[in-house]
Design a binder for this molecule. Sequence first.
Ligand SMILES: Cc1cc2nc3c(=O)[nH]c(=O)nc-3n(C[C@H](O)[C@H](O)[C@H](O)COP(=O)(O)OP(=O)(O)OC[C@H]3O[C@@H](n4cnc5c(N)ncnc54)[C@H](O)[C@@H]3O)c2cc1C
Length: 479
Amino acid sequence: MTAAVVLGGGMAGLLAATVLADHVDEVFVIEGDQYPDAPGPRRGLPQGQHNHLFMKGGADALDELLPGTTDLLRAAGAKQRGLPQDILTRGPRDWFERSHTDTWLLLMSRAALDDVVRGQALKNEKLKVLQNTKVIGLVGDARRVTGVRIEKGGREAGQSVTEETLTADFVVDATGRRARTPQWLEELGVPAVPEDLVDAGFAYASRWYEAPEGTPEDFPGVMIQVQPGTGRPGRGVALLPNEGNKWIVTLFGSKGGEPPTDEEGFANYTGDWDHPVVPKLLAGATPLTEIRSYRGMQNRWRHYEKATMPEGYLVIGDANAALNPTYGTGMTVSAKSALELRTELRAGGGLTPGLAKRVQGRIAKIVAFAWQTSAGNDVFFPGVQTSVPVKGEKFQIWLASRISQVAARNQTVCNIAFTVGTFVAPVSRMFSFAYLWPVLRGPRKAALTADQAIAQFPGFGNLLDDTRTEQRVPVSHPQ
Ligand SMILES: Cc1cc2nc3c(=O)[nH]c(=O)nc-3n(C[C@H](O)[C@H](O)[C@H](O)COP(=O)(O)OP(=O)(O)OC[C@H]3O[C@@H](n4cnc5c(N)ncnc54)[C@H](O)[C@@H]3O)c2cc1C
């Protein structure tokens, strides 16, 4: 009998477990939480209260791993929106023209998304989830991990707690952003693993709303991205349709630009941009939850691929690289990483020596791109704390700004930028003449004004009419 143990039953853990099930007799998933019976929040996933968009590249990977999942997500109410053709988008510099691209986002609450993905993954009878069970350490030595130490029962719930050991032929650590992996490895005598940190002090404030009555089915939502390199804090917002008639509204900002968390400040937030589109929409919507904040969104990449790691131990998902969620890449990286595990398992015919090292190397390539899109931007916000040296700062800021200016007006550049950015097209597309020439030449026409950008979207209906947007007294219904 061969057994794999997966630590953490979140997105990365369940997808890795799905892949492993084809190559071992049993897969145990150790999850500290009790999963909710219906879509709902849970303690081990505090980020679930905030906006979670799924990029097309990640959604495609999800379908490869668990066929039919994105159809189930749509059936459960996920909204598919082309980027930027179906979402009013303001890039770091300008409002985008409504041009067609070959990519999209799936928009849904994290709770509903997880419910569907979990349902799909747990159809596999080889997966056994030990819920309310906490990993407290590893078994083995610096050369090989042979199992894990677990604690069953809930100290928090005042239940009695028992400690046990589970042996495993292969262990995947997917314990998320708050992973204790470095301590566990240290206990085995593994030398410290090199780590990169870029912390621009980003914070979120989020709230769910019931969309106003009469909101059109093709309501586009609003995405306003942060601009690095101006010397000012970044400020942005995502107001996006989710399942049901719900909107999730997430305000975000870097150090010094943290979003307001009070009723009035939230409802009237216009960041640094030139139009009160968000307050106008919110004025007609009904709050469904309180305003919730989230901090600690630093980019942290633990370079297990560079370390001398014990055999049989792979670190995946946020436990390996936690990325600033403002850029929306985390779940996509997790899904694509699980595909890399599958590729290596298939190539080698199962659990072969060096498997974890090879997969860790493959995952590093995916993370490297996601890291560039998030940490690579974040290093240019004021007050950033970083362990990463920044080279060619002026050129990088100029290039990022130029790309966003041109992409906002040029369909080809826009398509390449968004398909690469959402993990649909390879990065090499950005080195093509079709991309580089317009970027070097610069914008050929004036940027859209906010009103012109909004006018491109009939899906706003009359929601932005001044007659509709007299302020309501917000009613709080904590979820
Ligand atoms: C505020 C916020 C917003 C985000 N928005 C987006 C977005 O829009 N798009 C996107 O793609 N990504 C987003 N992300 C990132 C996304 O949440 C993660 O990348 C994704 O959940 C990674 O999955 P994971 O399995 O590594 O970690 P998680 O999904 O966090 O799962 C970790 C699991 O491990 C369990 N666990 C932890 N420690 C133990 C232990 N000791 N024993 C047993 N179980 C344990 C936890 O209970 C949890 O179930 C966001 C993140 C944050 C913080």
